[in-house]
Design a protein. Structure first.
Lengths: 175, 256
């Protein structure tokens, strides 16, 4: 893990390279460092971190900060396998237009991360974040014709009353 | 009923066909309650006279009468062919049921089939998601009648701890015969459930899911249009008999 000082050095380096607004906040909590970045610069920030040695994208996952805005978040867990060092990159987008650049494909602003392919599909499926430039952005867990994004916090949990013997007729209707 | 095994005294090593024929005719007459007179009586009845009640008792003690339905139910219920099919953690317990410690082969249910065409029992071992339910329904529809379904564990019976948007209870899309509770049920529980199903099939073969779900008349019937290339041997024989021709193969006669 980078310690708190190392995390600030990384953040400073990103600010110098990408502009002052690239890093919004740094957090160091329980020996885990994370930087929150400007969503528009996700591809170039991840490319710079890869140059620093964080060459493996271990996980992409979504967060819902309901009821706060910007509401939807995407976390990228990066791993430096040579130094066994991790860093979390976070970004947040507003719920009315939740769009982020996909990091799956290689592009002019950085190399691609093939592991992000299915995980971006899962974030899209569960939270409704649209990844621009993803070549096959469709649902991965829920059925194709499913409506809504079930991991959002304002989505109803669902479920239904269980039919036991004593309430079978009320639950299932007359047989 | 007394079961005796003993060598027949005075039985020649070679029995010709005529003697066998006489013995079988005797057995038929005996079962019909006909008078046992003459030299054709069985050896162990020599020197005794059976009147009506004794003869009746004699037949009762040696003949088991039953109906064809219950015999078929008995045979079916002692050899379910479960579908080799697991959904989640319950499947581990299901495998264990077939393993050496529990050994469901003791009851005759060990032939787990990989094809629904060869199976007549589906065990839903685990949680069923709304994406999986149509596939399971399709597997069930591919199984041949008669068929049974067991819902194993809390998840597919009542959705258990996963009572949320993603799952569907098995009763919504399958006619379940036995629910096995537990999370997951131990192999003993699953075995108890299968034995309950066996009891159900043996005791009340009519009370299947078609009765419970009022689905009489929805059986799939294969019509002639479905099998145009199959030669109907029985139909051809019946037609030949109706036309006055003996369709049976000609018997070999000694003189021929």
């Amino acid at each position: 893990m980078p310690d708190a000082t190392g995390l600030e050095l990384i953040a400073q380096e990103l600010r110098e390279a990408e502009g002052e607004g690239a890093v919004i906040e740094t957090t160091f909590f329980r020996a885990r460092g994370s930087v929150e970045i400007d969503p528009a610069r996700v591809r170039s920030v991840l490319a710079r971190l890869r140059e620093r040695g964080y060459s493996f994208l271990a996980s992409v996952h979504g967060v819902d900060y309901y009821p706060h805005e910007p509401r939807l978040g995407v976390h990228y867990e990066l791993l430096d396998m040579a130094r066994v060092d991790r860093i979390t990159v976070k970004l947040r987008v507003r719920s009315e237009r939740p769009e982020v650049d996909s990091v799956t494909e290689e592009g002019p602003d950085g190399p691609g991360w093939p592991t992000a392919d299915h995980q971006e599909r899962e974030v899209y499926d569960m939270f409704g974040v649209v990844f621009r430039g993803h070549r096959d952005l469709r649902r991965i867990l829920m059925p194709e014709d499913y409506e809504g994004h079930p991991q959002r916090r304002d989505f109803p949990v669902g479920g239904e009353p269980v039919a036991f013997t004593f309430n079978e007729r009320e639950t299932l209707g007359p047989m | 009923m007394e079961v005796r095994r003993e060598r027949l005294r005075g039985q020649p090593a070679h029995v010709d066909a005529d003697a066998l024929r006489v013995r079988s005719l005797n057995a038929h007459q005996l079962l019909r309650g006909a008078d046992l007179e003459g030299a054709n009586r069985p050896a162990h009845l020599h020197g005794t006279e059976l009147d009506e009640s004794e003869l009746e008792r004699y037949v009762h003690e040696r003949v088991l009468t039953t109906t064809l339905e219950s015999t078929v139910a008995w045979a079916r219920s002692n050899s379910f062919f479960p579908l080799a099919f697991g959904l989640a953690c319950c499947a581990m317990e299901q495998f264990h049921t077939a393993g050496s410690r529990m050994d469901i082969a003791r009851f005759g249910f060990e032939a787990f089939r990989a094809s629904p065409r060869q199976a007549d029992l589906i065990i839903l071992a685990g949680r069923v998601s709304i994406k999986m339910a149509p596939i399971i329904r399709r597997l069930y529809d591919q199984m041949l009648e008669p068929k049974w379904a067991i819902s194993m564990g809390a998840c597919c019976s009542s959705m258990g701890v996963f009572n949320n948007y993603a799952l569907v209870p098995a009763d919504k899309f399958l006619p379940i015969d036995v629910h096995v509770p537990g999370c997951p049920p131990r192999p003993e529980s699953l075995m108890h459930g299968i034995l309950k199903l066996r009891k159900m099939v043996q005791d009340d073969p009519d009370l299947g899911w078609r009765d419970r779900y009022q689905a009489r008349g929805t059986e799939e019937v294969i019509g002639e249009g479905d099998t145009p290339d199959v030669v109907d041997a029985r139909g051809a024989a019946a037609a030949a008999v109706n036309a006055g021709v003996d369709a049976r193969p000609a018997q070999d006669t000694p003189g021929a």
